[in-house]
Design a binder for this molecule. Structure first.
Ligand code: 13P
Length: 245
């Protein structure tokens, strides 16, 4: 299966920079038509990015996060149905640490997203401290404990993003990722029917770049990547996709 590349632009690109990125995509249509790509711009740029990409319908556009509520008096926030998108990321480690999101909040966001959009990316992963304490699987168990009994026929992507690999240049080893993905795979197998499992993909994220992607893509069970900083630089993202041809 072709790998899926999800570009989490975080807060790197403003609206104009996002549009500049999209115009480069449009000038390299072939590369982007032959790969499965998802783009997660800042909330403020989603609408413009969607319009600019309307002729490249194979590229999905999503939200980087959504509120726990569907609507209401929540100044400055955005619910999952505030704009039409294909996908939404929930539980990103930056939301967990900077915004102090706990499992209860992430569960609510996951449910809202699964009710509303085609695919939801749930991010999980241990910190360096937790890894050192040999607590990785305990943490993953806790983070996976919020999985609902049904996915409402929607797609779920579980992105394993070890916190110590995010933005650090440190990429987890293939053996380590393999071990963790098998653990996650066994956990979801015990929860879901084969039909539901066919709607679940496993991703890796954390310092993925053009040098690491080729080797990482040989990992069994890995369906795709959640790319941060290298996805917000057109040349770097293009080089990642070119490696996969
Ligand atoms: P980096 O690729 O910048 O390490 O970020 C990974 C990430 O957090 C994607 O969601």
């Amino acid at each position: 299966m072709n790998k899926i590349f999800a570009a989490n632009w975080k807060m790197y690109l403003n609206e104009q920079e996002s549009l500049d990125f999209v115009s480069k995509i449009l000038s390299n249509k072939h590369l982007f038509l032959s790969n499965k790509v998802m783009i997660f711009p800042s909330h403020t740029a989603i609408s413009s990015v969607k319009s600019a990409l309307q002729n490249l319908s194979n590229i999905q556009v999503g939200m980087q996060d959504c509120d726990i509520e569907m609507s209401g008096a929540v100044t400055g926030s955005n619910s999952i149905n505030s704009i039409f998108v294909d996908s939404c990321i929930v539980g990103h480690s930056e939301r967990r640490t900077i915004f102090k999101e706990d499992e209860k909040m992430i569960k609510q966001k996951l449910e809202n997203s699964l009710k509303t959009v085609k695919s939801t990316i749930l991010c999980i992963g241990e910190t360096l401290e937790e890894k050192k304490q040999d607590e990785t699987f305990k943490i993953l168990d806790k983070q996976l404990s919020i999985l609902p009994s049904t996915l409402n026929g929607k797609k779920l992507i579980i992105a394993y993003e070890p916190v110590w690999a995010i933005g650090t240049g440190l990429v987890a080893s293939n053996d380590y990722i393999k071990e963790v993905l098998s653990y996650i795979n066994n956990a979801i197998k015990s929860l879901y029917s084969d039909e539901i499992l066919s709607n679940i993909n496993l991703f890796y994220g954390g310092s993925v770049n053009e040098s690491s992607v080729e080797s990482l893509s040989t990992i069994p069970l890995l369906d795709g990547f959640l790319v941060g900083s290298a996805s917000a630089d057109f040349k770097k993202f293009e080089n990642i996709l070119k490696k996969m041809r």
